[in-house]
Design a protein around this ligand. Structure first.
Ligand code: ADP
Length: 246
């Protein structure tokens, strides 16, 4: 279990996160919903220390790591937090001048000090896992958006994280390519990966989410099971949000 408590983050005078709490149970898929600009991406980036919260605590209950941002954690602690999670970005963020397999090897070799030979073997396994065995030596521009995003997912897996973070992973894709990425994500969910997913794909949330969180204006408005949020909620803001996106 990962306990995220009271996360605050401002950019200048723009107070974006106003005290967000989230419990992430091991093996669960948490889907974060909310209108554009409500702070979803910022929250995800805080979990991965891509943004440094102004205050708040992230604690792994196996005792492996607790980061209290109020105490201005040092670089080593932030790096340890970064290594806990693999991020999948909306725009893939692959290195354009590196091949698919080189993109997968980079994290393990540079960050974890894995040998190139071992990293290559692991990368080939990951390519097979996301259904792209034949694409190892292609560059991102030679791949479809859906294939690039599956490489993005494989890259997140390559560092063997405790947690996978997805930031609107399908929103840059043409509709016909969305399915293959969601299928890969469903497969990971069924394998028991712990995942936090920011998405507007309500059907994915209905089908796969163990827990759904609605964030608006830097706060958690409501959270609960998919059934609670999509079928039973009487919260006016949840209902208004769901009506807007359906
Ligand atoms: P969402 O993912 O819900 O669309 P974001 O977390 O991307 O929301 O953005 C929330 C707010 O934070 C927006 O007002 C956005 O302009 C601001 N913001 C996000 N990142 C930065 C940044 N690096 N610098 C300044 N403002 C930012």
């Amino acid at each position: 279990m990962i306990q995220v408590t009271n996360i605050h983050k401002a950019f200048g005078s723009n107070q974006v996160l106003k005290g967000i709490d989230l419990t992430i149970h091991k093996g669960n898929v948490v889907v974060i919903l909310g209108p554009s600009g409500s702070g979803k991406t910022t929250f995800l980036r805080c979990i991965n220390a891509l943004e440094i919260p102004d205050q708040g605590v992230i604690a792994f209950d196996d005792g492996s790591l607790t980061v209290d941002f109020a105490t201005k954690p040092n670089k080593k602690t932030l790096l340890a937090l970064q290594r806990k999670s693999g991020m999948v970005f909306q725009s893939y963020n692959l290195f354009p001048h590196k091949t698919a397999i080189e993109n997968l090897m980079l994290g393990p070799v540079v960050v974890q000090g894995t040998s190139k030979a071992v990293a290559r073997t692991q990368a080939l396994t990951l390519l097979a896992k996301v259904g792209l065995s034949g694409k190892a030596d292609l560059y991102p521009f030679q791949l479809s958006g859906g294939q690039q995003q599956r490489i993005g997912i494989a890259r997140a897996l390559a560092i063997e994280p405790s947690l996978l973070l997805f930031d609107e992973p399908t929103s840059a894709l043409d509709p016909e390519l969305v399915k293959e990425v969601l299928a890969t994500m469903k497969q990971l969910a069924s394998e028991g990966w712990t995942m936090v997913v920011v998405t507007h794909e309500i059907n994915f949330a209905r089908e796969v989410a163990d827990h759904v969180v609605l964030i608006e204006d830097g706060y958690v408005v409501e959270e609960g099971s998919a059934e609670q949020m999509f079928e039973l909620s009487t919260h006016p803001r949840t209902q208004a949000f769901l009506q807007r996106i359906s």
